[in-house]
Structures are given as structure tokens and as C-alpha cells.
Design a protein around this ligand. Structure first.
Ligand code: ADP
Length: 171
């Protein structure tokens, strides 16, 4: 008898819906549906505000660039409403979420990826609806930033055990 096992190599990514998109219930709901339709597993989800120092710290690599202050303020509580952070899992989660988002700059997204989230819902390069980790390494770092209580390694180990035991269904 041959047993067919469907191998799933899951990867985690950190996805954020920025305050401009969270502020519009219809866009927020559309983005949530897109996540589900694209076969992501929602591992964790939370709405949160950043203090200015969280925003400065998260975007420290851009410190000194012309858009930095604008971005830091936009992502801080003083200026806007909450953002929504997700830990998402699926095969090639990092690349798939980035593809769904589209290019950073909204005008470029509209020309090169017209069906992407940023092309459809982005307002400006700062208010560009979403953030996504750009590698597995940065996903690990960014997940720890947003969800300090969550252990990527533990989750992956548990996933491995579930797979070996044949439990591949998610709620
Ligand atoms: P991405 O969000 O596509 O991964 P980056 O990590 O390089 O892009 O930049 C973080 C955020 O900084 C972007 O989402 C965008 O809001 C802003 N940003 C980056 N580059 C520019 C730019 N050249 N002009 C304006 N805003 C920018």
C-alpha cells in the first residue's frame, strides 16, 4: 500500500497593516480576507499602538533618510490610530506576503503590480498600507519586536511534531 503524505514546509512572516488601512474598516476587512484567501495561517493577530520610541527603533535602519521623521510620526500613536500585526504562516510566507503587498512606492506599485495591495489601497509612500518582513531572519527579529512572548523556534518545533503525527489541520 502506498501512503501519500503532503509535505508542507511552513515559514513564518510578520505582516503589519499600517494605520492608514486600519482606519478604513472596508480596507481592513478586505486585507484580512486576502490573507485567508492566499492560504496563510493566522498564527497570532493583535491591534496595537506604538510610542514614538518604538517607531524610531523599528525603523532605525532608515534614520537620517528624508522620509524617516514622516514615517516615524505616522506610525506613532500621537498622529494615527492603531496598526494591526499578524504572524502569518505558509510555504514561502515572506515572499508571498511581499508579493501581495507590491513595491514600496505606490506609483511604482500601480505601474508594475496593479493588483497588489499597495497599488489598490496605498495613498502615499508613507501611507502604503502594509509592512512585511523581507527575509526569514528579519521575520524572526520583527516577530520578537511585535510579539515578545512568542517563540518562533518553539512554534516551528511544534509544527514539525504535528506534521510527523499527521495533524495538519488548523482551526
Ligand atoms: P518595505 O516596507 O517595502 O519593506 P522599506 O523597509 O525599505 O520598504 O521601508 C520601510 C518604509 O519606509 C516603507 O514601507 C515606506 O513607508 C517608507 N519608505 C521607504 N523608502 C521610501 C522612499 N524612498 N520614500 C518614501 N518612503 C519610503
Amino acid at each position: 500500500m502506498t501512503t501519500l503524505r503532503c509535505e508542507r514546509v511552513l515559514q513564518l512572516t510578520l505582516a503589519v497593516i499600517k494605520p492608514d488601512a486600519v482606519a478604513h474598516p472596508l480596507i481592513l476587512e478586505t486585507l484580512h480576507q486576502k490573507i485567508l484567501e492566499n492560504n496563510f495561517i493566522v498564527v497570532r493577530k493583535k491591534d496595537l499602538w506604538w510610542r514614538r520610541k518604538d517607531s524610531e527603533s523599528f525603523y532605525a535602519e532608515h534614520s537620517g533618510r528624508f522620509f524617516y521623521q514622516r514615517l516615524v510620526e505616522f506610525m506613532s500613536r500621537q498622529v494615527c490610530g492603531p496598526m494591526r500585526a499578524y504572524i502569518l504562516a505558509r510555504e514561502d510566507a515572506v515572499a508571498h506576503w511581499r508579493e501581495l503587498m507590491g513595491p514600496t512606492k505606490v506609483y511604482r506599485a500601480r505601474y508594475t503590480a496593479p493588483n497588489s495591495v499597495r497599488a489598490l489601497y496605498g495613498l502615499t509612500d508613507t501611507r502604503n498600507t502594509t509592512h512585511g518582513s523581507d527575509s526569514a531572519e528579519s521575520a524572526k527579529r520583527e516577530i520578537a519586536f511585535f510579539f515578545p512572548e512568542f517563540s518562533v523556534q518553539q512554534w516551528l518545533d511544534k509544527e514539525e511534531q504535528r506534521f510527523r503525527a499527521g495533524h495538519v489541520e488548523y482551526d
